[in-house]
Write a protein that binds this ligand. Structure first.
Ligand code: GDP
Length: 458
């Protein structure tokens, strides 16, 4: 099968406002060597051959090269070139990299020059990584980790992506596949024996294997750290109208993301702000004021606020220091689903107007910013407690979760199967589901979906 030689700009597209110091263009595929020669040896393309011997730089060694227009021979830029021989490259194919000046005209000229060679095409999003996968350089969990690493906005997200890129998840799922394979071998052996000759211990081995898998997968599914870290820890700001929820959100976000208003009950929908608190990605949601109302829209807002509070990882209950906040606190914490005194945080606001002296609450003034550092420290501590390391690599994607839930269903069926052959079939389904996560079992539509989310040039 003919494989295309692909190319793409690996660095951001330079704009007039943001030209880069350098830009990197990568080529991968069987004709990458030819492309590199034609681009860096003046008029070799016109001649149809190279005059220099050897025309290719030593593999994996950066060399200074001029980049030429293949037809006119005009110099486009002078930069660095690297050459990687297959299979010792990121994609596993022959690859070339051009490190050029990051100007708009340079990059446009270089991309145009490559296009005019006529035998290279622009890469699709994620195509380099996909080729690395196809060539056995990485499994799907590592490929997904690369996408996560590129998307990481906080230190903790970066750490998690790096751990996964190093194969932590891959090893976990492969271990389970090995255990599944061993269990399957026992089952298949048992199928070959008539009942009375069944070697002692096989039934126990099978039972132990299946229950161990069930236990480990259950623990993994219950561990929400990975998804929290990828998507952000959800914090809901709740409280009565006018307590200063929007003002607090604005202060935390240091930008005008929520409407601050003097009229009670204006924040009717849920407003989200993404923050980095001490390396933890946080999605802070301002919700409608919790109060009884006859207004239909406001009732809907309150319903959403309650739902949001219940599904959040952490709740901030904001109360007004100038009112009877102690009795409101009792009433509202009791009425909030999943409220946890040990974890969720009571914020008493407007201390500029009424000082608050209570150790178990965070007292702040959203107006002056007083008490904000202490509140942030509290949120950070709560986030840390929620994300505490357990040593095992956490589940990071809904795609993996779905496959693992399938595993659990098959395992449960295998345990109660009426015939050994049926149990074996169920264990085979477990292996397939695990294989889909890592890509050992390949499904083309799935690959299309996964790699479509990558950026071009990755
Ligand atoms: P929400 O309904 O809970 O979102 O409350 P808002 O953030 O809209 O604030 C209600 C009113 O209280 C507005 O007039 C704010 O300016 C005012 N406010 C908010 N925080 C403070 C504060 O710390 N001190 C004082 N004095 N006023 C505040």
């Amino acid at each position: 099968m003919d494989v295309d030689t692909i190319y793409a700009l690996g660095t951001p597209v330079p704009s007039r406002a943001h030209p880069g110091a350098i830009s990197v263009i990568r080529l991968s595929g069987p004709r990458a060597a030819e492309a590199l020669i034609f681009l860096t040896e003046r008029l070799a393309f016109e001649r149809g051959h190279s005059a220099r011997d050897p025309a290719l730089p030593e593999p994996r060694r950066m060399v200074v090269r001029s980049l030429y227009d293949p037809t006119s021979g005009e110099t486009i830029d002078r930069g660095l070139a690297v050459w990687f021989e297959a299979p010792n490259s990121e994609t596993g194919e022959a690859m070339a990299e051009l490190h050029l000046h990051g100007g708009r005209a340079v990059v446009a000229g270089a991309l145009d020059a490559i296009a005019r060679l006529g035998f290279c095409r622009m890469a699709e999003p994620g195509e380099f990584t996909r080729r690395a996968f196809e060539n056995g350089k990485l499994d799907l969990t590592k490929a997904e980790a690369i996408a996560d690493l590129v998307a990481a906005e906080t230190d903790q997200q970066r750490r998690q992506a790096l751990q996964q890129m190093d194969g932590a998840l891959y090893r976990l799922y492969e271990d389970w596949r090995t255990l599944g394979l061993r269990t399957l071998a026992h089952l298949e052996a048992a199928i070959d024996f008539p009942d009375e000759d069944l070697p002692a211990g096989i039934a126990d081995e099978v039972h132990d294997g299946i229950t161990r898998l069930q236990g480990e997968i259950t623990a993994h599914l219950e561990d929400r750290r990975g998804e929290r870290l990828r998507e952000g820890l959800h914090i809901a700001i709740i409280g009565p109208p006018n307590a200063g929820k929007s003002s607090l959100l604005n202060l935390l976000a240091r930008r005008d993301a929520a409407i601050v208003s003097e009229t009670a009950g204006t924040t009717r929908d849920v407003i989200e702000v993404h923050l980095d608190l001490g390396g933890w990605p946080v999605v802070l949601a301002d919700t409608a004021g919790l109060r009884d109302s006859s207004d239909a829209i406001e009732q809907e807002g309150v319903r959403r606020a309650r739902a949001r509070a219940a599904s959040a990882d952490l709740r901030l209950l904001v109360l007004d220091a100038t009112g009877d906040w102690r009795s409101e606190r009792g009433k509202l914490t009791a009425g909030t689903e999943r409220w946890d005194d040990a974890r969720d945080i009571v914020v008493v606001n407007k201390t500029d107007r009424a000082p608050v002296d209570a150790a178990d609450v965070a007292s702040v003034s959203a107006l002056s910013g007083d008490g904000l550092p202490a509140l942030l420290a509290r949120i950070e501590r709560a986030a840390e407690a929620l994300m505490q390391e357990s040593g095992a690599p956490p589940l990071t994607r809904a795609r993996h979760r779905e496959a693992l839930i399938e595993c659990q269903e098959s395992l449960a069926r295998a345990l109660t199967a009426s015939e050994i052959a049926l149990a074996a079939e169920d264990v085979r389904l477990v292996m397939r589901a695990l294989g889909r996560i890592t890509g050992t079992v390949r499904i083309d539509e799935l690959l299309d979906i996964i790699f479509r989310d990558f950026c071009i040039g990755k």
